[in-house]
Design a protein. Structure first.
Length: 587
């Protein structure tokens, strides 16, 4: 069988060559911006650069394709489609995508009025070139689709530079696209219509993540499946060493530590990141595969259910920096087709959290104690499992009646984060599996009392060499360490942002959005200084800025700060207490 295309080894080279060719030809390289991130959320599909076909006829029985949207950037073709109901895309369906990639109806397979040169069969998890008998797999064409769970909306990307079987996948700048469900016969576009798309001069606006934490960050959380005790394997230990040192987490959930002891993990972290004052890291293992690691001591720990890989631990945060402690829950849910088992695990987590919030019972947390759930949740089936984790909607009655799990009686936050240098939220990938990359590793946060300042998934394969050098990383580190990527989330615990109207705030930002200056209105707070942290990267944009005081308000000059969304850290002069507000800067 031919070597499969990875999509990463020559993407950067193709981009540079494309720009060079355009410059030599005297063509302007000015381009519009594309903002697509393949994360399964699809909220950004709103720009004028997106072309869509709406099918409102309701002409499908079990499966009805209602919308098809297409756009591109310099490297990828992006497709979004919606259905009338939920579907699991990688299994048990008859849906197919057909692309006439040479814009010639006389070549390829005749399907719905086009000559399909390439077809992707979602349930088979492979595609076919019309003149080839061999299957084409996801890593040969850079295919990714999210979400990994069942949904009615999916995002897809396919590499524009793919050459399966040494044949360019996209020889023409204009293509024609069709989708068809083989079971119901529903087709988009409708019979007799043709949906054409011409590649545009679009450059992805994605900004690489800053691995450095913001000054305001209190706790950095990492979820990492280390693949069969990999962190203690001598041949893989150097990769983990560089990764752990570059990310420098405070709390880590390690999965697949089947034969790894907590003491081994402590010794490894003491070597990787020695703590000041001769202190040692802390680690515990309550179930068969998860090890929780912390810079700070553990007060207590609980195995949430005897038949599940679900461990909770109360972390003793320093009293001089934090107003309370932190509950960490590490999880490794059952894999693959075990939908019922994963649902029980999600229900058990909700039951534990609701018990912890209420007086008495197995555990009683002080009110507003922040908590998170992190780990490889293997959410590859029914979306109800994720819905349960977020909303507290319990399915199995033996785990209680359920209820909103956050302290303000709302849902928890699913921290959806892209890779550091690639606009895709996949956390697992394998070039030897028929399954395309998926979002399997999660961090779910009590967002009413823990503010997410920054979040990303580390993938060193896509990092430019200068970024690798600056963090002492190597391009092969994440690939050689594990088939999962480390997911990092920076949290602010002391004074979280709140979007709930009933919470009274001591200050207000005006105007917002702002351009040249902001005014901080306050009554009981005397301000010492302010600082701006970029939401997209966690980067501290400016040194502490002085403020000029007026009557019940302070003025801050922001003319030198780049356009973007920021968290402004406001330091009180009298108590050194810090407040955090979000501000949009327009320049």
């Amino acid at each position: 069988m031919e070597t499969r295309y990875t999509g990463k080894n020559y993407k950067q080279m193709n981009k540079r060559l494309l720009i060079l060719i355009m410059v030599l030809a005297g063509i302007s390289v000015a381009a519009q911006r594309s903002e697509i991130v393949i994360d399964g959320v699809a909220g950004e599909w709103t720009s004028d650069a997106i072309e869509s076909y709406d099918d409102l006829e309701g002409d499908g029985n079990a499966v009805d394709i209602t919308e098809l949207s297409v756009t591109n950037d310099e490297d990828y073709l992006y497709i979004k489609f919606t259905l009338s109901g939920d579907m699991l895309l990688n299994n048990n369906n008859s849906l197919k995508l057909h692309i006439d990639s040479d814009n010639n109806s006389n070549t390829g397979n005749t399907i719905n009025g086009i000559g399909a040169d390439f077809s992707w069969h979602f349930s088979e998890r492979r595609g076919y070139m019309h003149d080839k008998k061999d299957a084409v797999y996801h890593n040969q064409v850079g295919f990714i689709a999210l979400p990994t769970v069942s949904s009615d909306t999916f995002e897809i990307r396919i590499s524009r530079h793919a050459t399966p079987g040494n044949t360019p996948l996209f020889p023409s700048e204009t293509i024609r696209i069709s989708m068809k469900d083989g079971l119901t016969g529903d087709v988009v576009p409708d019979e007799g219509d043709v949906f054409s798309y011409t590649f545009q001069n679009l450059v992805n606006d994605f900004q690489p993540s800053n691995l450095l934490r913001a000054e305001a960050t209190d706790v950095r959380v990492m979820a990492y499946n280390v693949l069969h005790d990999g962190i203690v394997k001598p041949e893989r230990k150097p990769y983990f060493r560089r990764i752990i040192r570059a990310t420098s987490p405070d709390l880590v959930v390690l999965n697949e530590c089947w034969n790894t002891t907590p003491q081994q993990v402590v010794e490894i972290f003491d070597e990787f990141i020695p703590l000041a004052g001769g202190k040692s890291w802390h680690a515990l293992k309550e179930d068969g595969g998860n090890v929780l690691v912390s810079r700070y001591p553990f007060i207590d720990s609980w195995r949430i259910h005897p038949d599940m890989r679900l461990t909770a631990a109360l972390v003793d945060l320093p009293d001089d920096r934090f107003s309370g402690d932190f509950l960490a829950v590490g999880a490794h849910f059952r894999c693959c087709d075990a939908n019922e088992a994963r649902q029980r695990e999600a229900d058990a987590f909700v039951e534990f959290i609701l018990d912890a919030k209420a007086p008495g019972g197995r555990i009683t947390l002080p009110e507003n104690t922040p908590f998170f759930l992190a780990g490889d949740l293997n959410l590859v089936g029914d979306a109800q499992q994720l819905e349960t984790l977020l909303t507290g909607e319990v399915v199995n009655d033996n785990f209680g009646q359920g209820g909103a799990p956050d302290w303000d009686n709302t849902s928890l936050l699913d921290v959806v984060s892209p890779q550091t240098d690639d606009p895709v939220a996949a956390t697992w990938q394998s070039n030897t599996s028929s399954y395309w990359p998926g979002r399997l590793d999660f961090t779910i946060v009590s967002s009413s009392v823990a503010q997410v300042l920054n979040a990303w998934v580390l993938d060193t394969e896509d990092m430019p060499q200068e970024r690798l050098n600056s963090f002492n990383l190597q391009a092969t580190d994440t690939k050689e360490a594990s088939d999962h990527l480390p997911k990092v989330t920076d949290l602010k615990l002391a004074a979280p942002l709140s979007t709930h109207a009933e919470v009274e705030k001591p200050l207000r930002i005006l105007p917002n959005p702002a351009k040249d200056f902001i005014l901080i209105e306050c009554s009981d707070v005397e301000i010492d200084s302010v600082q701006f942290v970029a939401v997209s990267s966690g980067e501290v944009i400016s040194d502490r800025k002085p403020v000029s005081k007026g009557e019940n308000r302070y003025r801050v000059n922001i003319s030198g700060i780049p356009e973007g969304i920021y968290v402004i850290e406001i330091v009180s002069k009298t108590s050194q207490k810090r407040y955090y507000e979000k501000v949009i800067i327009m320049q």
